[in-house]
Design a protein around this ligand. Structure first.
Ligand code: FAD
Length: 472
């Protein structure tokens, strides 16, 4: 009104101010509450509805979110919510991993996933660029991976390398003589053959990738909520299979999120749930009723993923191998790589089943290094006899006890729960391709670029292992 000047003209300036304050008082007396009653800030709460709810905001969860938004047919077409209970990621595998990428697998699927990841990492700023944000520097170190095989494993290594080459990986075989020539710091005792990745292999900074993905998916409109998924509300329907077996099909309608530092929970209606809870994904599957049926049935088949504690030790060794050092995986299962440029290295070794440590905490066992890791390192690289351990940490593998490979795609009975979990020590390098595969399955109904059918849940019920023919 003041802007048009019409009413001001009739009342005069003084009258006008008086009238306005009178009207304001009247409105205040009619409206409930006082001027101090601000609307509560609900920005930390999840939306009431989301097409897709992703449980777990680690690398796998964020990768699925990214590809869903990237492949959606209309911008803003799909509402995606990521629920992460710990935004510091203090126990998440992603931040505690050693960042290795390597194509030296025996399964074509794993080789293809890792090759795609290498190209994703090399072109990271084409995938993850965000307006006004500086480019990402993943610190990708393409120093290659060197796998060593004993006499017993040499034939398997040879046939694995054949498959790797067929799939397009640049890997070569090396004799002990060739090894000594190229890497004079190696003692080849007990080594019959080696395979060496000349391209697309090495290590990178997992934190940087996690942060880059998070920043990107937020810019694409993905919602985030800090809270813990504690319950699913679902409906059930009885069905007869073609073998006349009665099964119960379930569909999740609502995800309950327990809010951080609170006993309050928020329900979120949804169409699809992604189980990307890493080492804790079996708990999420159990919440949806997976595995809660008679033993030996599909209904009674659990998601076989559990947390397994793995130690990483960092040591200093001024006489150690130089800058061209690849990530080395020894015949004993011990591994190491360079860490930075100051004669520092990191490494470890997966324990045997009998040595598996208690996974209830992330404390480091320093004796494990002295007794089970260092002797192998010192045998393989004599310079490591004088190494000094500087620090160490432990993290959880999202360990698939059935066949140590990923679980990808929908559950056959809880029809709208999709998995992206169970990668048992190679989830980091598989995340870009797996996120894309899960998004393809959701949006197009089948795997489009890499066929991951052998990673479906059904294999646990059928007893069909999708296993690596490992040479370590
Ligand atoms: C020591 C070590 C070394 C490794 N080295 C390599 C390597 O060199 N190369 C490689 O490729 N891979 C490596 N890995 C494996 C890799 O780190 C994992 O496979 C990968 O990070 C798994 O990612 P994720 O997103 O599934 O799990 P995470 O990063 O663990 O994320 C899962 C998230 O789910 C959240 N969550 C769980 N339950 C709930 C709930 N109920 N509600 C809400 N949120 C929940 C957790 O808080 C967590 O943040 C290594 C792992 C370890 C431990």
């Amino acid at each position: 009104v003041a802007h048009t000047g019409r009413t001001v003209g009739r009342l005069g300036e003084g009258d006008w101010d008086g009238k306005v304050s009178e009207i304001k008082k009247k409105i205040k007396s009619i409206l409930p509450g006082t001027s101090c009653d601000l609307l509560p800030d609900t920005s930390h709460l999840p939306p009431e509805h989301s097409d897709v709810v992703i449980v777990g905001g680690g690398l796998l969860g964020l990768s699925v979110a990214y590809w869903l938004k990237k492949l959606e047919s209309r911008r803003g077409g799909i509402r995606v919510l990521v629920v992460e209970r710990d935004h510091t990621y203090s126990q998440a595998s992603t931040g505690l991993s050693v960042g290795g990428i390597c194509q030296q697998f025996s399964l074509p699927e794993n080789i293809q996933l890792s090759l795609f990841s290498a190209s994703f990492l090399r072109n990271i700023n084409e995938y993850l660029a965000v307006t006004n944000a500086p480019p990402l520097d993943l610190q990708f170190n393409p120093s290659g991976c060197l796998l060593l095989a004993s006499e017993k494993d040499a034939a398997a290594m040879e046939s694995n390398v054949k498959v790797q080459k067929q799939e397009g990986a640049k890997v070569c075989l090396m004799s002990p003589d060739q090894l000594r020539n190229k890497f004079p710091w190696i003692n080849t005792e007990g080594v019959a053959l080696a395979s060496y990745g000349m391209e697309n292999e090495g290590w990178f900074d997992p934190w940087c990738l996690l942060q880059g993905l998070r920043q990107k998916v937020e810019s694409m409109g993905v919602f985030f909520c800090q809270g813990e998924v504690t319950r699913f509300v679902s409906s059930s329907q009885r069905m007869l299979t073609t073998d006349d077996e009665m099964v119960i099909l379930k569909r999740i309608h609502e995800v309950h999120v327990k809010m951080d530092h609170s006993l309050e929970y928020q329900p979120v209606e949804c169409a699809i749930v992604i189980n990307a809870a890493g080492a804790w994904s079996a708990q999420i599957a159990a919440l949806a009723g997976i595995g809660k049926g008679p033993p030996g049935t599909l209904q009674g088949t659990k998601l076989p993923v559990e947390p397994r504690k793995r130690y990483v030790y960092v040591w200093h060794c001024p006489q150690g191998p130089g800058l061209e050092t690849p990530l080395v995986a020894d015949t004993s299962g011990a591994y190491f790589r360079r860490e930075g440029l100051g004669s520092n290295y990191l490494g470890g070794r997966s324990p045997t089943e009998e040595e598996e440590p208690d996974p209830t905490n992330l404390e480091v066992d320093h004796d494990f290094f002295q007794e089970k890791v260092w002797p192998h390192l010192a045998l393989r690289v004599p310079a490591f006899e004088t190494l000094k351990v500087q620090t160490a940490w432990a993290g959880y593998y999202d360990y698939n006890t059935f066949d140590q490979n990923g679980v990808v795609g929908p559950h056959p009975l809880v029809v709208n729960m999709y998995f992206a979990t169970g990668f048992s020590g190679h989830g980091l390098q598989q995340a870009p391709g797996v996120g894309r595969a899960v998004a393809e399955m959701i949006l197009q109904g089948s795997f489009q670029t890499i066929d991951l059918s052998s990673f479906l849940f059904n294999r646990f019920y059928l007893g069909e292992k999708t296993q690596e023919n490992t040479t370590m």
